[in-house]
Design a protein around this ligand. Structure first.
Ligand code: 6PG
Length: 262
């Protein structure tokens, strides 16, 4: 695997995006268990991944993914309890985790609803360190797979433009205040994101087309577009987008010019 590889995959629509992502999730899981005896994955939040999670809860993936060897984390979380409709953990639990045989002790929830979110971030980081048998605060671990979404403003995880978490260079997980949402989040930081073996972006819908073009084909502008900062040094970034989200990309991913048929 070359470091810093970037792959752009365009599929027809949201259903095809979920199917392709599920295939890649299962491949990553099988490779990780074959290599290290377990699979460590950080889930994305928002709405796009729901169809992926639902696909993973159904055959063939319910049987194919080694759930008993899988550790699930989250790349970010809103400051709400897990039973809140905005909870990333709640969404993944409903769509996937209650429907597959993953041991509960291997599901590592971000307690972003706690009043002391700085402490919650430090404790989440300590929990990651424990699973990876690393000293907290040192070199971040390399997740086998990190799923990420992207907002129409170019944010990813909860790294929003101009917010403090985008400038974190040492911590793995931090509290991040997001003025545009008037809310706190807990989020992975660039140091841990950019250690991943594989980052899989899931980008769907026409509202993402401009940002996807700007992130992938525009000039470097990482302050405005935090998703541009995702460049794992020893890993691979796969941008998986459906047709509407990829419409602004240069062919072959973008607006296809159908050959004229005489
Ligand atoms: C979150 C996510 C966030 C999300 C994007 C895209 O907690 O909201 O982590 O980064 O992936 O905002 O969200 P949609 O998939 O809903 O478009």
């Amino acid at each position: 695997m070359n470091s810093g590889e970037r792959e752009i995959v365009v599929v027809a629509d949201a259903a095809a995006l979920a199917a392709e992502a599920a295939k890649r999730f299962a491949e990553a899981a099988e490779a990780a268990v074959g290599r290290a005896g377990r699979f460590t994955v950080a889930l994305a939040g928002g709405s796009t991944p729901r169809r992926l999670y639902e696909a993973l809860a159904m055959e063939p993936y319910r049987s194919r993914v080694p759930w008993d060897r899988t550790h699930v984390f989250w790349g970010d979380e809103r400051a709400v309890p897990p039973d809140h409709p905005d909870s990333n953990c709640g969404m993944a639990r409903t769509a996937l985790l209650v429907r597959v045989p993953i041991p509960p002790r291997q599901v590592h929830r971000m307690a972003a609803e706690r009043a002391d979110r700085d402490a919650a971030a430090r404790e989440y980081e300590a929990g990651i360190a424990e699973v990876f048998a690393l000293p907290p605060g040192g070199e971040p671990p390399a997740f086998d797979l990190i799923l990420l979404g992207m907002g129409a403003d170019g944010h990813t995880a909860s790294l929003f433009p101009g917010t403090g978490a985008t400038r974190e260079t040492r911590r793995w997980v931090v509290r991040n205040h997001v003025p545009t949402h008037n809310a706190d989040r807990l989020t992975f930081t660039l140091p841990i994101l950019n250690r991943a073996r594989v980052i899989l972006f899931l980008v769907s819908g026409p509202d993402k087309a401009q940002a996807l073009h700007d992130v992938l084909e525009g000039p470097p502008d990482p302050e405005r577009l935090p998703a541009q900062r995702i460049r794992p040094s020893g890993g691979r970034v796969v941008w998986l987008a459906d047709g509407p989200a990829a419409a602004g990309l240069a062919p072959p991913g973008g607006a296809r010019t159908c050959p004229s048929v005489d």
